[in-house]
Ligand binder design. Sequence first.
Ligand code: G1P
Ligand code: ZN
Length: 543
Amino acid sequence: MTVITIPTQPFQDQRPGTSGLRKRVDRFRHDNYLQNFVQAVFDTQRELVGGTLVLGGDGRFFNREAIQIILRMAAANGVDRAIVGQNGLLSTPAASCVIRKYAAAGGLILSASHNPGGPDGDFGIKFNTANGGPAPEGVTEAIYGRTLEIAEYHSIESGDVCLDQVGSHTAAQMQVEVVDPVRDYAELMASIFDFGAIRALLAGDFRMRFDAMHAITGPYAKRILEEQLGAAPGTVINGEPLEDFGGHHPDPNLVHAAELVAMTKGLDGVDFAAASDGDGDRNMILGRDFFVTPSDSLAVLAANATLIPAHRSGIPGAARSMPTSQAVDRVAAAIGIKHFETPTGWKFFGNLLDAGEIAFCGEESFGTGSNHVREKDGLWAVLAWLNVLAVRGQSVAEIVTEHWREYGRNYYSRHDYEEIESGAAEDLMAQLRARLQGLPGSLLGGLEVTYADDFRYTDPIDGSSSEHQGVRVGFNDGSRIVFRLSGTGTVGATLRVYLEAFEPHPEKQQLDPQDALASLITIANDLAQIEQRIGRSTPDVIT
Ligand code: G1P
Ligand code: ZN
């Protein structure tokens, strides 16, 4: 084989964010931007040499081209075997499943998650380690460090590998196995959930819709929900993956999945609706006229875990990211299991899952998952809900309101201020941090501050610590405000303000969250001087 070595120049902007490296497609396509990052992975992750690499993406624009570039580089760098999803497709949770099942040394997942795609959209790449999870900080820092000094990359002279059909090929010395992207994942789902009970539910008059948002989960949802579980044809909407997601944001929230939300409204509304994002790891759960916040979803699933066959004997613990509401903590305390609070980003759950400390975990940002893989998993959450609905025989609204009655309700909302000037955003956080020490004991809007800190996490398994993970301000009535800057944006900065208030009394649990949180919202705005510092009086997105 002819390995070719191509000189290249390093960049300063290849530090992976909350979940991998994300930039405009254009950036990735030029000046070896993609190649530099991939070579940095091969240079630092030496177990890939002579090992197996899993490769796939969410099918967005540039996916096909990037897969071929990476295959040639993998062959030149001595990878023994590449497992690639047919047509270069693999959802993020399916990639995690395949890495684990075939004991791969790692995987490269091509996606910018819920960010828009297409020639003017975003692209992204992420390295996952042998446990199937996003690389921990030590690994991403090593990769980033290497990108700063890279001078050449390796490739082979060869044409494209045919990815249209399942089968085996070779690229120089490397074996390339093109696999059905759905099969292994679907088998895993069938081993976890009560497919019999779900089938029976779907055979009755229960009506549901799943919105794949023209992204990766279309083929997965059609196979599992319609073909294997017998949901009516047409249950999966927007099921055809498109390179630009049909021009939409493939982000499952109330704003971007408005078409689906409308289907749940009124007497004619469906009983259950759900959506997933660009790469299939996020989920949104809806009942008729009812939105389940991701924080509540995690808490409800944890409380009902034993209804799921794989968790029949109970889960050891549950974890949530720091800004996620404390609803799941209440469940954990009540049923006597462990609970953990980790920084934002799925990678922080990895060690806890590997060590068997937890089985369920989630983030407020529409991420829920379990120990079956090391990524959040949109379809897993949908199937978990269907399993619980099938066994309990109640509606989504009944299950959640009953949950609040038992454990109390954590009213919750996130306010996002997008594309703000980075300097102003940093200053806002700096002034908040500077004031933290003086806050405990003081009164803000009539509430007493019980603690105020800049969240720092020490991993209980490997002892590594992560600092500056967001400012938390807690009050004597159990309410809480969190401020942090997004680590996934591609333009300017995004300030996220997370608001949470605890309500134990059932008669006060039916308010609109924005009303229930009104006084906290005022406190947050005053405390961070949002309007003065960034010139915005209202958030761009309220979730
Ligand atoms: C966002 C979410 C975070 C999630 C990440 C990747 O990151 O808030 O929970 O892990 O996307 O899906 P952020 O932009 O807040 O850094
Ligand atoms: Zn995603």
